[in-house]
Design a protein around this ligand. Sequence first.
Ligand SMILES: Nc1ncnc2c1ncn2[C@@H]1O[C@H](COP(=O)(O)OP(=O)(O)OP(=O)(O)O)[C@@H](O)[C@H]1O
Ligand SMILES: [Mg+2]
Ligand SMILES: [Mg+2]
Length: 576
Amino acid sequence: MAVSTAAAQAGEPHRDRACLVLTTHAQPRDYGSCLFGEVMTGDGGGGISGGVAAAEYEEVLGRLSSLITQKVRAHSGNRGNQWDLMAHYLKILELEEPIARMKVIHVAGTKGKGSTCTFTESILRSSGFHTGLFTSPHLMDVRERFRLDGVDISEEKFLKYFWWCWNKLKEKIDDDIPMPAYFRFLALLAFKIFSAEQVDVAILEVGLGGKFDATNVVEAPVVCGISSLGYDHMEILGNTLGEIAGEKAGIFKKGVPAYTAPQPEEAMIALKQIASKLDISLQVADPLEPYHLKGQHLGLHGEHQYINAGLAVALASTWLEKQGHKDRIPLNRTVSLLNHVAFPKERWHNNFFCYDGIQDPLPDHFIRGLSNASLQGRAQIVPDSQVNSGDDKGSSLVFYLDGAHSPESMEICAKWFSHVTNDDRRLPPSADQTSKSQKILLFNCMSVRDPMRLLPHLLDASTQNGVHFDLALFVPNQSQYNKLGSNTSAPAEPEEIDLSWQLSLQTVWEKLLQDKGVNSANSSDTSKVFASLPLAIEWLRKNARANRSTSFQVKAFMGTQPFTRRNLHIDISYPL
Ligand SMILES: Nc1ncnc2c1ncn2[C@@H]1O[C@H](COP(=O)(O)OP(=O)(O)OP(=O)(O)O)[C@@H](O)[C@H]1O
Ligand SMILES: [Mg+2]
Ligand SMILES: [Mg+2]
């Protein structure tokens, strides 16, 4: 372990430090979630404050985690996995009718689902509607997954609806119909919440895949969307883009219009095949352009968000139109839909009519929605609350958090990091104005992911964009939390933690550096493995404090904790 010597090694006084913290995919209130918890609160996370409610909430989280520990059949992947049980659960919870009445927007995709849903929700809220948003995963608290009118559901309501669903299911389950697995339960809970709260629109993010996802019990959504497709969860969804696209297009329904973000040709062909089998219109939503926003910025950062925002505009506009609110949609869109037959040839891509009717800036309520949208841990910049304030003034430590976990997102994320750190005015003024910054990568990814598909992309894209990592830290997502609950508990002793995966990541990284000719006498100069996130963060803080002339920029990828999953016997097919 490099912990004890690390401070000295990073202590060269005349170099600034910057850290890119990259870990991938948070989990239900587990270690993945907690990196961000620790970074954002400085103490290991939020949660519910004391008293009876806290105890009850704790109990509820315990029940939820009992659903995670249920073994999901590993070999069956997401292909059904007793998907028909969902129909039984809906019956038990009397949700069939409410779901049939719900005005749903359904979004699948490899990347950008949560962002697209968040933009869509925000647009419709600022268009005057009462919204429900269901996304995954969460970072610090499971209630983040359920938003009512843009706000995480209150503890009180969460507890009320949780018990309602839990008790009803418990009453009826037997050997043939066991308790639903974790994500299925959460999806059922979302349906219950949104119907009881009588939302005007429910925006649902698919958990994993499409066809056999728990959210796909909705038979007649108003509109559905496919965000950017790429390679992820291949062990479940297939090895080619076509196969992956086919699985995601499992959310398409007869009579329901569908939109997609621009896709690679192979994916597009698969989407188109399924759409034409169902005889539905599939249109490509072009990315937004800055002029659509009249100088405003998107609420979620990074170039790729223009893609997600473009899809969100198409989804929100179609929803408004189908609900009879034509007065609230972008003007040119009406024209493009009515006259699309006459649309110029160059607006067709791969035989798709490309929806881009919006030549003018968007209506103000759309722009407001897009610029007010927020989602934690996606291209999020978090100046460290401890180091950048109080007695530590002059020290500088900033975390750049992102959840990229596919090759495409690695590149996009590297670009974003480069862009924001090359000119980051958010950094507190350094004591020594002549100092530079040091960039540090904090990385983890699930052991089911192939680091050779991620790290080379990250390194190449960073180099191309002028970012050179001075140091890479590999950590398990081990945190102060060791369960789903909001109470913190002591981290496992370092010696109990299996760091073999982090050591392999480090080896891959070092090999990549070597291939690129970055020579170092000692690999601990360029990378380190820490036994836990709190240790890594503590180390970063100590160094930032000790080196006031330096600013640390940490790029963090939130990662799925491989050991947790193994320890809990959670099947990788299990959507979080
Ligand atoms: N359109 C996009 N193209 C490529 N990468 C993207 C895109 N949108 C988002 N990303 C990357 O994916 C990360 C997660 O974004 P988001 O939460 O919107 O996606 P998601 O599909 O919900 O992901 P998850 O699989 O974690 O649920 C972002 O932080 C960013 O790195
Ligand atoms: Mg994913
Ligand atoms: Mg998501």
